[in-house]
Design a binder for this molecule. Structure first.
Ligand code: HT7
Ligand code: ZN
Length: 872
């Protein structure tokens, strides 16, 4: 398949001013009657044909301006409907039939238990009716939904409900009108047996907005947290950006059958139940945090995505990077900013960094794609958000707000590009940001190398900063990008030193260098002894930092840095040093600086001023995915055991302190979803994991005890995973009990699957094999696929990479089966093989052969794009 290229972009041939849709809804056969008012686009290239997108549609009727078309006037193909010589302005009437119950791709209109719903982003609308299904065609929609009243008591679409009534034969209808022009990807309907909960939000200009969450009735009592998160998001967007909601109702529908997390359809958001249905009893702190973030994210899209949308799908990060940045800021304001930042950076490093150094590396604004669904990536989302944060770092919070205001002033109601966004930021602040375009255009994680030289006689520290972005497929040479680098100096005893800059290199503004060249040097003087240098605080740019520091220096940073992220970073560096030394074959006892590292961590545990949640993250060793990123010819089993050995050592070294934290926080950990209680649970569960790693015989009983005394799902699940992952005596009973208790709860069964799929115990593979046949599992449900297969490939590096290739084989078989049903979900699974070139030769070969086998077996366009790139 030929790729679509950004360079080939042309404006749409026609404008669609108005769309009128009439649905005769039914699970088996739905008929869609459409009337489009089209007129030639003023900048359209000349052409005699007009292609309207359409896939898997049966055309029942077609007319232009009331006249049925003769066969010579149109042609139907796999791509869509071609109109030959259409007038410059006309009304197109079509009627098509579609089959929701047969739709296993979950794109377009599909069935989820007792209701029908849509997923149109990116190109699902063309599976509903013929249309110019591209985001730069923004139209006003009127939608009439008609169906059997008993089977479909609820009939929802975008905008306001303007008419409704009952009809003969037990049927009824509702008519919806959306006053805001929108691209087709934001169209939605939901219809069927749905209950709802309701609340109101008064906007700052005094309008009352009715808020509802629709779901199957048993999920509703657990959806109040999400509804509250929605209200907090609405309040926050008003306070931080002056952005108010623009309709009188806002509806959310939750479903257990969904390809992604959620979808921001105008005024009718559709959510994976995982991102809505959550309370303390049945969801973990991580789940509640996720719900809060996704609810906010989708709500924030109302302005960044819906009111101002993307010109084309290459600009996806315009809405996604910006909206992730906004939801991250919202979450930071709800709880602990430091913990939020640490969590986000951990995620970026575990997911985006590997993507950026693998075969599917692509720029935040890609320049070509085969299947757009494959570009909803960590790069477009999370790296995109980091780039938006770069603007904030260089412009300041107020400067950034000025940029946002100008962006909306200029582009409300338009479909625009990431260049337009940058221009608004630059123009509102009278600065030149042109070099930031490189962040959007270049794939690969820039490597920032920092080297230090101290002249003790003159008391001068010379620091050289250099950057290099490694070549990626099809993009060998890269240019320097602007990198904001905050700089701090500390004395050995932890005192922060003033920066006395010498007249070398650019003058620093606010202790921050913006590195714009390949290399720049700074000097600081007035120093009595070599200071400890700290750069990149708060992870000020999405770069891989190479800054060699001694154990002594890292220990000072761990103990005294003012920025909590930097303390976490120092802990990660110390952990990495130990793990890599063991991996390289050294006995842990012989690793340089071991005693000092032990002392530094002990001191950290005793630091009463430190947020327990930050301490927990400092005690959480770097992930295997992140470590692998910095290695070659990886032996995953050796890496797993090296990391485990360091965890064992840490558990033994810190035994007393960990037990103290565990018991001291017991009471707070029974509290609600507030910062102190969630922090208490974080440190307790980290402490318990290390204690058991240190001595399972001595401390295993604490996990069994926690399983019984658990007061919330965070505790219950922490206990269950420890029992299973350490193969402790009570594991089978705990698994059986968990299953029995939550057999009726799909989200908790997902967790039950994930815990087993991520177990490092020797029986993990046979467990996964058995679970594939368990009634709780089906390839047809994306959440189940992700919980079992996805987790196995992502988190079970020991068994996925089993030396005999059995993990790869099991995974590939499942992937192939899923691909036949749901290409979008399968393509995401395919990415698990992307890092194959980094492994030792035997695994490399086994993964390469698996990829070839998959390709030969015949894959969907989605999966084929990923697998083909991996083999290039
Ligand atoms: N904008 C949405 C992205 C999306 C999606 C959602 C559900 C199913 C398929 C999808 N394809 C793309 C989600 C978001 O970023 O908010
Ligand atoms: Zn989004």
């Amino acid at each position: 398949t030929d790729p679509i290229r950004l360079a080939d972009y042309t404006p749409p041939p026609y404008v669609i001013d108005h769309v009128s849709l009439d649905f005769q809804l039914d699970f088996e056969q739905t008929e869609v009657d459409s009337r489009l008012r089209l007129r030639r686009h003023p900048d359209a290239l000349p052409g005699r044909e007009l292609l309207l997108h359409g896939e898997d549609l049966s055309l029942l009727a077609i007319a232009i301006d009331g006249q049925p078309l003769a066969p010579a006037q149109y042609a139907v193909s796999a791509e869509g409907l071609r109109l030959i010589d259409p007038p410059a302005e006309f009304e197109l009437h079509t009627r098509v039939r579609i089959h929701p119950a047969r739709n296993t791709r979950l794109e377009g209109l599909y069935q989820s238990s007792a209701f029908l719903l849509t997923q149109c982003e990116a190109e699902g609308f063309r599976r509903i009716t013929y249309f110019l299904d591209r985001p730069d065609v923004m139209a006003r929609f009127t939608v009439r939904l008609e169906a059997d009243q008993q089977q479909f008591p609820v009939l929802l679409s975008n905008g306001d409900d303007v008419a409704q009534g009952t009809l003969a034969n037990g049927r009824h209808f509702v008519q919806w009108q959306d006053p805001w022009p929108k691209p087709s990807y934001l169209f939605a309907i939901a219809a069927g047996a749905l209950g709802h909960i309701e609340d109101y939000f008064r906007t700052r200009s005094g309008r009352d907005v009715r808020l509802r969450i629709y779901a199957e009735p048993r999920a509703l009592p657990r959806s109040w947290f999400a509804l509250d998160a929605l209200k907090r998001s609405m309040r926050w967007d008003e306070a931080r950006y002056g952005l108010e909601y623009d309709l009188d109702q806002f509806n959310i529908v939750a479903t257990y059958d969904f390809n992604m997390g959620a979808m921001e359809n105008k005024s009718l958001n559709i959510f994976n139940a995982k991102a809505i249905v959550a309370d303390l009893e049945r969801a973990t702190d991580a789940d509640l945090t996720y719900v809060e973030a996704v609810v906010a994210h989708e709500y924030f899209h109302n302005w960044t995505g819906n009111r101002v949308t993307c010109r084309d799908w290459f600009q996806l990060s315009l809405k996604e990077g910006l909206t992730v940045y906004r939801d991250q800021e919202f979450s930071a304001d709800q709880g602990s900013r430091a913990v939020k930042r640490i969590d986000d950076v951990r995620l970026l490093r575990a997911n985006q960094f590997p993507e950026d150094s693998g075969p599917f590396a692509h720029p935040v604004r890609p320049s070509e794609y085969v299947e757009i669904n494959n570009f909803y990536t960590a790069t477009v989302y999370e790296k995109g958000a980091e780039i938006v944060r770069l603007y904030e770092r260089v412009l300041g919070r107020e400067g950034f707000r000025r940029g946002m205001d100008l962006y909306f002033q200029r582009h409300d109601g338009q479909a625009v590009t990431t260049d337009d966004f940058r221009a608004a930021m630059a123009d509102a602040n009278g600065v030149d940001l042109s070099r930031f375009s490189r962040w959007y255009e270049q794939a690969g994680t820039p490597i920032l190398t920092v080297t230090e030289q101290f002249d003790s006689e003159r008391g001068v520290l010379t620091v050289q900063f250099s950057q290099e972005t490694p070549g990626t497929l099809g993009q060998a040479d890269k240019l320097p990008v602007p990198i904001p680098i905050p700089i701090a100096l500390y004395r050995q005893d932890g005192l922060r030193l003033p920066l006395q800059q010498r007249d070398v290199g650019p003058p620093l503004a606010g202790a921050m260098l913006v590195l714009t060249e390949a290399s720049q040097t700074l000097q600081f003087d007035g120093l009595q002894e070599k200071p400890v240098l700290s750069v990149l605080h708060d992870f000020s740019a999405p770069v891989a930092l190479r800054h060699r520091q001694s154990v002594a220096e890292l220990s000072v940073r761990l103990g005294f840095e003012q920025d909590p992220f930097c303390r976490f970073e120092a802990a990660q560096n110390l952990g990495e040093h130990l793990i890599q030394s063991v991996y390289a074959g050294q006995a842990l006892d012989a690793v340089s600086g071991l005693a000092e590292i032990g002392r530094a961590f002990k001191a950290l545990c005793a630091d009463a001023g430190l947020d327990p949640a930050v301490l927990a993250e400092c005690l959480n060793l770097p992930d295997e995915a992140y470590l692998s990123e910095r290695m070659q010819a990886i032996d995953p089993s050796r890496l797993f055991h090296a990391r485990q050995a360091v965890a064992t050592w840490l558990g033994q070294q810190l035994e007393g302190a960990l037990l103290q934290h565990y018991h001291r926080e017991a009471q707070s950990a029974g509290g609600g979803f507030d910062a102190p209680s969630t922090a208490a649970r974080r440190i307790r569960h980290r402490a318990l994991a290390l204690l058991i790693a240190g001595d399972a015989t001595r401390h295993g009983a604490l996990a069994s005890e926690l399983a019984v005394t658990a007061r919330n799902m965070t505790e219950r699940l922490a206990a269950l995973s420890l029992l299973v992952h350490f193969g402790l005596a009570d594991q089978e009973a705990a698994l059986a009990q968990f299953y029995q208790q939550y057999e009726d709860d799909p989200l908790l069964l997902d967790k039950w699957l994930s815990v087993q799929a991520s177990s490092p115990q020797p029986d993990a593979l046979s467990r996964v094999r058995a679970l594939l046949k368990h009634p709780a599992y089906t390839h047809r449900n994306p959440n189940k696929v992700r919980a079992l297969i996805g987790t196995f490939g992502r988190l079970n590096r020991l068994h996925f990479h089993a030396a005999d290739g059995s993990g790869y084989a099991l995974y590939a078989d499942a992937l192939q089966a899923v691909d036949a049903l749901n290409p979008q979900v399968a393509a995401r699974l395919s990415a698990a093989f992307n890092g194959w070139r980094r492994f030792e030769p035997l695994r490399q070969e086994a993964m390469r052969r698996t990829l070839q086998r998959l390709l030969q077996a015949g894959l969907s366009k989605d999966s084929a794009e990923i697998v083909t790139k991996a083999l290039e």
